[in-house]
Design a protein around this ligand. Sequence first.
Ligand SMILES: *Cc1c(COP(=O)(O)O)cnc(C)c1O
Length: 374
Amino acid sequence: MSAMRIEYLNLKKINAIRQEEISEMTSKVIDSGWYLQGHYVAAFEKAYASYIGTSHCVSCGNGLDALKLILLAEQIRGRLHPGDEIIVPANTYVATILAITETGLKPILVEPNAITLQIDDKLIENAITAVTRAVMIVHLYGRCAMTDRISSICRQHHLLLFEDNAQAHGCTFTMGKKTGSLGNAAAHSFYPGKNLGALGDAGAVTTNDKELAGIIRALGNYGSTQKYVFPYRGVNSRMDELQAAVLLVKLKYLEADNQKRQMIADVYFSSIDNKYVRIPWKEDTKPCGNVYHIFPIFTLYRERLQDYLSRHGVGTMIHYPIPPHKQACYQELNDLSFPITEKIHAEELSIPCNQSLERKEAKEIANLINAFRP
Ligand SMILES: *Cc1c(COP(=O)(O)O)cnc(C)c1O
């Protein structure tokens, strides 16, 4: 096999593609002498709301804050109360669960469907109790988690619907509707490694709810609605002008970047063929939006496959090795059993999938995987 060197994710390489334009924009911010709550943040919020298809976008410090600000704002407005239950997939990044517990709410974990890897909509109704107030879906790996059934359950049971869209910028549900516009509010992370990534921390909430947007905007700025007037006890969670300027540049190329990810994923779908390795979504019965933030493969021999790929110059990651309910920080959840989630976390291995990869490299990675024997 030829010697190759493909890192799992090389942010230097990714940002070098737009280096000139990014530098030009960041220079303008530096020269302006205005670094927070200015022109670039306003321009990014407007552009991103329009891209997602919502009337409002409120930027904030990061994705976890975006999630928490939504849940705090709904409590201020009286639509959620301390102790209320929020239905959420058991297989997600811990941030989704942290946002719920750290705002005084209770996560009710629901297993994913083994094929879609998203919350199993057939199990949601069983999880509803007298104090269930909301469903938080997570478009994990970049694949849309929304279904018609979820929207009818929420309508029927008067549940709020929130989206964790940290991994799915640009993903579509049906009729061109983007994830991030499908429920009452959605949280976005622009962590550097995300499909739309800043050069540091940044996040946002999108919503069509004007009142909610207003409360979230105030909460992220000390709870202030006008200078030195504080109707709420807020936090300091703001996107800065430099990150907004970077994101304005990168937003223009998000569609093209996501198409590149699709192309890489297509190579994997058509080329990976090894009885020891399962590839995801092959049995998806309905076409479904996916922006391939992560391309997960599954094997009983994860450590061996990871070592083998590493020896052949290919970097991989595990998303994620331990599910939230088995973490030491959630001892109250440790005794719960979610076999599908646990199997996913035990067998998952993420292979390189991003806009800096070439078709030829994806093909070589597939060939390597095909030659793997445990
Ligand atoms: C990245 C991520 C977050 C948190 O975003 P940060 O900007 O790192 O706070 C939340 N949920 C999911 C599913 C994520 O992947």
